[in-house]
Design a protein around this ligand. Structure first.
Ligand code: FAD
Length: 280
């Protein structure tokens, strides 16, 4: 029988996760409930962290955004201060499933889910976000770029709870774009996705790309595109991205089909940022 624990503090949550053998954190429950119904998840102890007030806090400022793990995905999409500070991330959160899922799914549960197809990690990778976690051993920070370690695997220990995600402010002169290709319906998981961010620093232009659904983990790459016309920058981006693609065939398409969609997503996202088009 499943036991739902409802700690009211982070210390209490960490103690429960340390003491219980096979416990899992319960965030918004959107992924957990499906896995339970499919008979894939058998955990007896669920640690619901929704009563811990600090996990719902959002701080925005010139350095960026720090969002508590229990902040709904929908808030990342709609909060005006978040949209101003990290527009690419806000737009990408807005592509997760549908409004009903986005109202319930949380920022922490999203990354902890560890699915290679998730939309938000593509933007979090290019923006170099950090995940904060806590356990009875204390707090630690993990770069999103090192968080996804394998198919459905993350660097999170079984007794750690994600407490917040920090996204550095998107430079005001940087241009971001997220492209999602879905083959079943617009609200569905992607067959391929790409986030692109073009930054300029000391005259050097760098194109950062985050790829979703195109390999067993979300992928990140950066290219120096200083002085390149759009066409060349885009073809170099596609050439650099293709060898990193290793799509998993499923009901949404064969590996070859997804690879081709991935190249289209990269081409579209890279072209738009090079041409300074930022529509969602
Ligand atoms: C119909 C449907 C369509 C979807 N389509 C998309 C899509 O198009 N794009 C996309 O990106 N995603 C999609 N998703 C996935 C969705 O993004 C995730 O289900 C959601 O983000 C998980 O968040 P949650 O808070 O509900 O996590 P939960 O279901 O509560 O938990 C998910 C995992 O994270 C762990 N966890 C939760 N919170 C924490 C925490 N604070 N610390 C440590 N571990 C934690 C849980 O133990 C569990 O392993 C879809 C989901 C559904 C149901």
């Amino acid at each position: 029988m499943t036991m739902l624990h409802r700690p009211e503090s982070l210390d209490e949550a960490c103690m429960l996760l340390a003491e219980l053998d096979d416990a899992q954190v319960y965030g918004g429950g959107t992924a957990i409930e499906i896995l339970r119904r499919q008979g894939i998840l058998f955990t007896e102890d669920l640690v619901d962290v929704s009563r811990i007030p600090e996990l719902r806090a959002v701080e925005t400022g010139p350095d960026g955004v720090r969002a508590g793990a229990m902040v709904p995905v929908r808030r990342m999409e709609t909060d005006p201060a978040i949209r101003r500070a990290v527009p690419l991330a806000a737009r990408t959160y807005g592509h997760v499933a549908n409004p009903r899922v986005r109202n319930t799914a949380t920022v922490g549960g999203n990354v902890a889910h560890g699915d290679y197809r998730l939309d938000p990690p593509t933007a979090l990778l290019v923006l170099d976000a950090t995940i904060e976690a806590r356990s009875v051993r204390g707090p630690r920070s993990l770069a999103v770029r090192e968080f996804f370690t394998g198919f459905q695997e993350t660097a999170l220990e079984h007794d750690e709870v994600i407490t917040a995600i920090t996204v550095p402010a998107q430079p005001t002169d940087a241009v971001g774009r997220f492209v999602k290709m879905s083959s079943l319906s617009a609200n569905d998981w992607p067959s391929a996705s790409a986030a692109a961010l073009l930054t300029t620093e000391d005259g050097r232009r760098t194109l950062h790309l985050g790829l979703g659904a195109l390999a067993p983990v979300p992928v990140h790459l950066s290219l120096d595109v200083s002085g390149m016309p759009t066409e060349r920058a885009v073809s170099e981006a596609m050439a650099a991205a293709e060898p990193l693609m290793d799509p998993i065939p499923d009901v949404r398409g064969s590996s070859d089909y997804k690879r081709r969609l991935g190249l289209v997503a990269v081409r579209e996202a890279a072209t738009d940022v090079c041409e300074e088009r930022t529509h969602a």
